[in-house]
Design a protein around this ligand. Structure first.
Ligand code: HEC
Length: 164
């Protein structure tokens, strides 16, 4: 048997075992389940926002020396990421009460208009951030404060706190 066939056989075996052993609820949350896919996608989106804002935050705190080019690059990335259309990733039924991997509160789906508005506030702040990031540390910090405020405003309202 070739290596490739060996791998296929091992895969089939692993899948077979999972099917045999996993309870129904776990299977429904398997890697190809829409709940899993959409939640993973929106978390990845959030992580990309964080990855870029962290660089700006590091410069604002002085942990990383301010560098206009690097700041502008991180802010341009953040702006691009902020404007991805991720609407489909907020799948109804994938909230924290229905799906253990999610911290999205069910009230998101009862207040979609406000949730969408908070998203747009973040996009507008990301646009301003992209304008300001290369204009010196003070301009960058001011824009960062506004942007960070839009992340917090939504998390405070619509994300389940870690310990509850
Ligand atoms: C309109 C609402 C909203 C805005 C704006 C928003 N977030 Fe979130 N964020 C959420 C929700 C809801 C979750 C929980 C998602 C889940 O667990 O299904 C989340 C989760 C996260 C997570 C955790 C991801 C994970 O892997 O579990 C990070 C990090 C994050 N957000 C960063 C940010 C940053 C940085 C910004 C601002 C640039 C931001 N968010 C703006 C609603 C928002």
């Amino acid at each position: 048997m070739s290596d490739r066939n060996n791998r296929k056989a091992a895969c089939a075996l692993a899948l077979g075992l999972t099917v045999a052993l996993a309870p129904a609820a776990v299977m429904a949350q398997g890697p190809n389940d829409p709940l899993h896919m959409s939640t993973a996608a929106r978390k990845a989106h959030m992580k990309l926002l964080k990855w870029n804002i962290s660089k700006l935050g590091g410069m604002a705190k002085g942990a990383i020396p301010y560098d206009a080019e690097k700041a502008a690059a991180a802010a341009a990335n953040l702006k691009a990421v902020a404007h991805l259309d991720m609407g489909d990733a907020w799948l109804e039924g994938s909230d924290s009460t229905a799906y253990e991997k999610s911290r999205a509160l069910p009230k998101i789906w009862e207040n979609m208009e406000d949730f969408g508005k908070k998203f747009m506030d973040m996009q507008a702040a990301a646009d301003a951030m992209a304008e300001a990031a290369g204009q010196g540390p003070d301009a960058m910090k001011a824009a960062l404060g506004n942007l960070g405020g839009t992340c917090k405003a939504c998390h405070k309202e619509y994300r389940k706190p870690k310990d509850s």
